[in-house]
Ligand binder design. Structure first.
Ligand SMILES: NC(=O)c1ccc[n+]([C@@H]2O[C@H](COP(=O)([O-])OP(=O)(O)OC[C@H]3O[C@@H](n4cnc5c(N)ncnc54)[C@H](OP(=O)(O)O)[C@@H]3O)[C@@H](O)[C@H]2O)c1
Length: 276
């Protein structure tokens, strides 16, 4: 049976999840959104057909899964608002980047909590969400949370110490691919292709290559080797990329994102202990 869900935070990710749940077969009556401003609540309710309120405390009542989809800086206020209404059976499922489980365990000590990191391709049901939970979390809690997360695409359970790396790879990853798309489109236009053709060639190539890499039993290395004949066109291009430090740049970028995620996590912990 589908768990009933309340999503606190009706911003981009909250809406992406809400729409995914509706496409996944949830009835609007089994869903609830909570916005911060009346104007936004009206707009979101009109867009999604999901009842949207402004009062997180009363909205969580009777819901199986309580999703926290606010910015990390707002987590504390939201936890304080819902704490008096939460029962121990309700699962708190956060999608806030960088906020460690320990913060929820200190703000909501009696609730089962799950921390997750989705990404924006969830808007087209092709998201990648990694999630983690404190040791000892029951299979039933994990399964319930996963059912909700699967409304955004694929899921993977990992230990919490890997979440900064997840943030740097799949959380921020779509932006790296969009940058590649921008750069490749600009290069295509410089080679004389009209804008619409350049965009179509680039986007379908990214989609097709991703799908091929995902569905083939060959590694990315193997697939690349198969389209790279010695002295050919691909080889000429890859030579430039390798000599320009492409791999090092990707490695440095991912390291910078993971480091930033660790810093944001440390800030979240400091803020939550300050308030104790
Ligand atoms: N965007 C991504 O790619 C991505 C990926 C993975 C995870 N995340 C995480 O997802 C969370 C949401 O990100 P987002 O991009 O969706 O941000 P967003 O668009 O700014 O949405 C956050 C929403 O929360 C609302 N809000 C703030 N305080 C609230 C409160 N007390 N009660 C109810 N709603 C409240 C905000 O309303 P107002 O604007 O009216 O204040 C805003 O609509 C963040 O923690 C982020 O780290 C994002």
């Amino acid at each position: 049976m589908k768990p009933s869900v309340v999503i606190i935070g009706a911003g981009s990710m909250g809406l992406i999840l809400a729409e995914g749940l509706v496409r996944g077969g949830w009835r609007a009556s089994d869903l609830q959104l909570v916005a911060h401003r009346g104007e936004r609540a009206t707009e979101v309710e009109r867009l999604t057909g999901i009842p949207t309120s402004l009062d997180a405390g009363s909205a969580v009542q009777g819901r199986d899964v309580v999703v926290l989809a606010v910015k990390p800086k707002d987590i504390q206020a939201v936890c304080a608002a819902i704490l008096p209404q939460l029962s121990t059976e309700q699962i708190v499922l956060s999608i806030a980047a960088g906020v460690p489980l320990s913060v929820y365990q200190s703000l909501l000590p009696d609730s089962p909590v799950i921390r997750s990191m989705p990404n924006t391709p969830a808007a087209v049901d092709e998201g990648m969400t990694a999630f983690c939970a404190p040791p000892g979390t029951s299979d039933q809690v994990l399964k319930r949370a996963e059912i909700v997360l699967e409304a955004m695409g694929q899921t993977i359970y990992l230990s919490e110490d890997l979440m900064d790396a997840v943030t740097a790879v799949s959380g921020s990853g779509p932006a790296y691919i969009f940058l590649l798309a921008e750069a490749l489109t600009e290069a295509a236009i410089r080679e004389g292709l009209p804008h619409h053709a350049a965009e179509k060639l680039v986007l379908q190539t990214i989609r097709g290559a991703g799908l091929l890499a995902q569905t083939s039993d060959k590694s990315a290395f193997r697939l690349r080797a198969e389209v790279t004949s010695p002295g050919g066109t691909t080889s000429a291009a890859l030579h430039v990329l390798e000599n320009s430090g492409f791999r090092t740049m990707i490695e440095d970028a991912v390291r910078a994102a993971a480091q930033r995620s660790r810093e944001l996590g440390a800030t979240a912990v400091a803020l939550s202990t300050e308030s104790e």
